[in-house]
Design a protein around this ligand. Sequence first.
Ligand SMILES: [Zn+2]
Length: 100
Amino acid sequence: MTNSKAATKATAKTKTPKAPKQGRPAGAKTKARAVANTIITKATCPKCGSTDHKNKRHVRGAIASGTIDGQKFVRYKHSNADCSQCGQALLVAEYELECS
Ligand SMILES: [Zn+2]
């Protein structure tokens, strides 16, 4: 006839500390991001014309401005690689072109 177990359960403290609110604030809207264009051209093997490289190893790279084929670039990266098709050793020079 005793209902003590249920009674203690009901009176037990059930308060849990509130977790700090995470994530974006309510009502935050995503703004459209400005698009910065860059042109990446595929380096072609001078021997067989393939654009696939293997064993690509970073040689040097920097933020530097200059001109390549009449186009201004803002960053460059040089890597050693081998052509996937004919095995020709290559210096792959990549240039990130300036936004226009
Ligand atoms: Zn090749």
